[in-house]
Design a protein around this ligand. Structure first.
Ligand SMILES: NC(=O)c1ccc[n+]([C@@H]2O[C@H](COP(=O)([O-])OP(=O)(O)OC[C@H]3O[C@@H](n4cnc5c(N)ncnc54)[C@H](OP(=O)(O)O)[C@@H]3O)[C@@H](O)[C@H]2O)c1
Length: 286
């Protein structure tokens, strides 16, 4: 099978299907439409129930259907955004694998490996992607792992989609479970930290809304400082730690609570769970 890469590159407005348009499907769709990467007239979104998917399509001005095969037939790039437990059921439904022949399938399903996807849809070009929810405001972090045979053109097309909704980088699939834990689940961990910092502010007399704003903007600002200056977080921390001051007093309290090992082990545990989400590899049919 030969990838039609020439056809892929000359198209500026790719036809796109999003299979399963829930939280992440909508985050990617909204971000890519806002950035002008998708033309709404070229996008089809699917769902199990018309009454759920039609309002989503109406909101974004795209086409809705409950027919995954029809959506795939109408599109060159297909983004699979169902829960990992449903990936096999969706991809092995009658006619789906044939409809995907020679097309680009981007799966964002956590824990679902390229080898599994390959066994379900052998004729598709595959890219695994691990985005996160801040994609909805253009502040996402996505890691791509291309499958064998995915052309540079195809990877560039996927990168364009995820660049439009935040940062995007390409890594080997062996890292994807750790990526799922760190940046896929990371926003939830960061929200707990923001909430806890705000609780401290409330305890010391700040109104709740003010405390949440201060905590969230501090976390956002610290993140941007790390990324935009390229300075190690420890050096940034040291630069604001005055001898005998309040920052070192707070830092030592954090260390008493073993915050570093707690956070590091959070990623370790989430990685182990991510690894199992796609289920076991299947024996090849004899
Ligand atoms: N949430 C995150 O932070 C995050 C981050 C990175 C990656 N991911 C990955 O993103 C994927 C989606 O997660 P999510 O949080 O967006 O889940 P979600 O909100 O539940 O969205 C999944 C969507 O798939 C639809 N669906 C179910 N069966 C379908 C079928 N047969 N055909 C078409 N659509 C179908 C669901 O419709 P109904 O509601 O009608 O069932 C729902 O709208 C998962 O694989 C997850 O691992 C999630």
């Amino acid at each position: 099978m030969v990838c039609e890469s020439a056809r892929m590159t000359e198209r500026s407005n790719d036809t796109v299907a999003i299979l399963g348009c829930g939280t992440m499907g909508q985050a990617i769709l909204g971000g890519a439409l806002k950035a002008g990467v998708f033309d709404p007239s070229h996008v089809t979104v699917t769902g199990r129930r018309a009454e759920r998917v039609q309002p989503v399509a109406d909101r974004f001005g795209v086409t809705a259907t409950t027919d995954n095969v029809a959506a795939v037939k109408a599109s060159e790039t297909i983004i699979l955004c169902v829960k990992p437990q449903l990936a096999k059921q969706v991809l092995t439904a009658p006619g789906l694998a044939q409809a995907l022949d020679g097309k680009l399938l981007v799966s964002i399903c956590a824990g679902t490996r390229l080898s599994q996807l390959r066994s379900w849809v052998p004729g598709a070009y595959l890219v695994r992607a691990m985005p996160n929810t801040p994609s909805v405001i253009g502040a996402g972090m996505t890691v791509l792992s291309p499958g064998e045979g995915a052309t540079d053109d195809a990877i560039a097309r996927v990168q364009r989609i995820f660049d439009a909704v935040g940062r995007c980088r390409v890594l080997d699939e062996q890292y994807l479970d750790a990526v799922t834990a760190l940046s896929g689940s990371g926003p939830a961990f960061a929200c707990v930290i923001i909430e806890a910092l705000a609780d401290g502010g409330v305890m010391m007399g700040l109104p709740r809304d003010v405390a949440v704003e201060l905590a969230a903007q501090s976390v956002l600002g610290a993140g941007r400082l790390v990324l935009e200056t390229g300075t190690h977080p420890a050096a940034l921390k040291d630069s604001v730690t005055t001898p005998a001051g309040c920052t070192i007093a707070g830092l030592l309290t954090m260390e008493d609570g073993r915050i570093r090992s707690t956070l590091a082990r959070t990623i370790q545990e989430a990685t182990l769970v991510a690894k199992g989400l796609g289920g076991p590899d299947e024996e090849p049919a004899s």
